[in-house]
Design a protein around this ligand. Structure first.
Ligand code: CA
Length: 479
């Protein structure tokens, strides 16, 4: 290589941004104060909203942990990337990490991976086996598994800081920092648990949804706060003599107190990472993202968990800060999908976006200048049935004003008018006045399905599971 070319490449790499991608697991946007939370405060995550952009229609294409992670890495829908449910990501697949690494980035993966194969495309990685543990967790890399003393969220933060500090000076970094928290069964650090133990959390507006106009899928699902939380979830015996209504509220309080206590540790972690970027002089040239792998029901519709295409789990928080590129304190409601993250990071790194990535570069959206041909509808598809919560497989389309959902195995449809009924309490699919809207949305669903190249390959049979199996250090390419 000529000295001139080497100099040019080094200069280029000094200009290319670092990318710090912080993702939690099951953190609902409505448990973030800059998204208007009524249940908690997140002062550190709010720094990103104040100094960057908050996306109000960031949505996932399949609202469940492992498929969302695969979609984020590959920029592809589940039926293309081969991960529709809890099955393994083929490590031979193209990912944003591999492409960034090949382009000269120092790449890292810390925390919850949950894709059943070893991380590929990372210069260094240290991950939890399967779901991992909240307290004194084991982490492993390619050569060793080590049990650590401490709280998982704090340990992931420390490992992320260590990665940043040990990076090569001549390369930009791409770090995926993936928290386990606040995933079920919501085990907070002791001081946070004690703080939240006696806090009364306000009930959500749709807590008493009776599902009266919904399809049978809502009644079949086993994720109800009143009935389906286990002793492991609530961690103590309810008081004697509660009425069913009182027990539902008691369950909700136990669930939410621990959930929000876990979130508080995640918020602290974001603050530590942002402080570290400041201390190292890296804040200006680092694109920082905070997101979750999907949303979550915080007692909304009487539920916990995710999966259904309703807003609370379809939408996910997404805050991004990149000084000089993203105007501070902005919000926007362009539809950004989790399959857009990979193309966006590649574009930020001055890399081409491969044609087989189905998402789009959203850098202009983040900058407040969405292209004129930006999407105005999105395609969603969920598969995992019966899974842990008996949520019927479904697919659907969301536009700025409506949502149409099809549950093919029970032959039922739902339509919500998001302007008249933003809480999605009234399914109007059978109303005569909606027939033209239904026809239009069915056509749009067909169009989007074809555009996404969805050939129903996983409609009747899912690939074998295996992302929660026992882990041991060393290559596991046969898994
Ligand atoms: Ca998740």
């Amino acid at each position: 290589m000529s000295p001139f070319l080497l100099f040019a490449l080094l200069c280029c790499d000094q200009q290319r941004p670092n990318i710090l991608f912080i993702m939690s697991d099951d953190h609902a946007y409505h448990a973030i104060s800059s998204y208007g939370s009524t249940v908690n405060k997140t002062p550190q995550i709010d720094r990103l909203a104040r100094e960057g952009v908050r996306l109000d229609r960031c949505m996932v294409t399949n609202s469940i942990c492992t498929p969302s992670r695969a979609a984020i890495l590959t920029g592809q829908y589940s039926h293309i990337n081969g991960v529709p449910a809890f099955n393994r990501l083929d490590p031979a697949r193209q990912t944003v990490a591999k492409l960034l690494q090949q382009s000269g980035y120092h790449t890292g993966m810390i925390g919850k991976w949950h894709l059943g194969s070893d991380p590929a495309g990372f210069s260094s990685w240290r991950i939890l086996p399967g779901q991992g543990l909240y307290h004194n967790p084991v982490f492993y890399n390619a050569t060793e598994a080590t049990k650590h003393t401490g709280y998982c969220t704090d340990l992931i933060t420390e490992f992320a800081i260590d990665f940043i500090d040990k990076r090569p000076a001549d390369k930009p970094f791409f770090l995926m920092c993936h928290h386990k928290a606040p995933h079920r069964n919501w085990q907070p650090r002791a001081d946070k648990a004690a703080k939240w133990k006696n806090i009364e959390v306000p009930l959500p507006a749709t807590f008493d949804d009776d599902y009266s106009t919904r399809s049978d899928a809502a009644r079949e699902a086993t994720m109800r706060v009143e009935r389906d939380l286990t002793p492991t979830d609530v961690k103590e015996k309810p008081p004697e003599g509660l009425t069913p209504r009182q027990l539902k509220i008691w369950n909700y309080q136990r669930y939410m107190q621990d959930y929000l206590a876990c979130v508080e540790s995640v918020d602290d972690s974001v603050g530590r990472l942002l402080d570290h970027l400041d201390a190292k002089g890296l804040a200006k040239n680092t694109l920082v993202i905070y997101t979750s792998d999907q949303g979550f029901y915080l007692g909304d519709h009487g539920w916990y968990d995710k999966r259904f295409m309703y807003e609370e789990s379809l939408r996910t928080p997404f805050l991004a800060r990149w000084p000089d590129h993203i105007p501070a304190g902005t919000t926007n409601s362009s539809m950004v999908l989790n399959i857009d993250y990979a193309p966006t990071f590649l574009a930020a790194a001055n890399q081409p976006v491969p044609a087989d990535m189905q998402g789009r570069n959203a850098l202009n959206v983040l900058g407040g200048k969405a292209p004129s041909d930006w999407r105005t509808s999105m395609y969603y598809r969920y598969y995992d049935y019966p899974g842990a919560h008996k949520v019927q497989p479904h697919h659907g389309v969301r536009t700025a004003t409506h949502k149409l959902i099809h549950f093919p195995k029970i032959g039922q449809w739902e339509l919500y008018d998001l302007q008249a009924d933003p809480r999605e309490l009234k399914n109007v699919v059978a109303e005569a006045s909606q027939s033209a809207t239904v026809a239009k949305l069915k056509a749009e669903l067909t169009r989007l399905k074809a555009e996404a190249k969805d050939d129903d390959r996983f409609a009747d049979k899912l690939p074998p599971g295996g992302v929660d199996g026992p882990m041991k250090p060393g290559p596991r390419t046969a898994r």
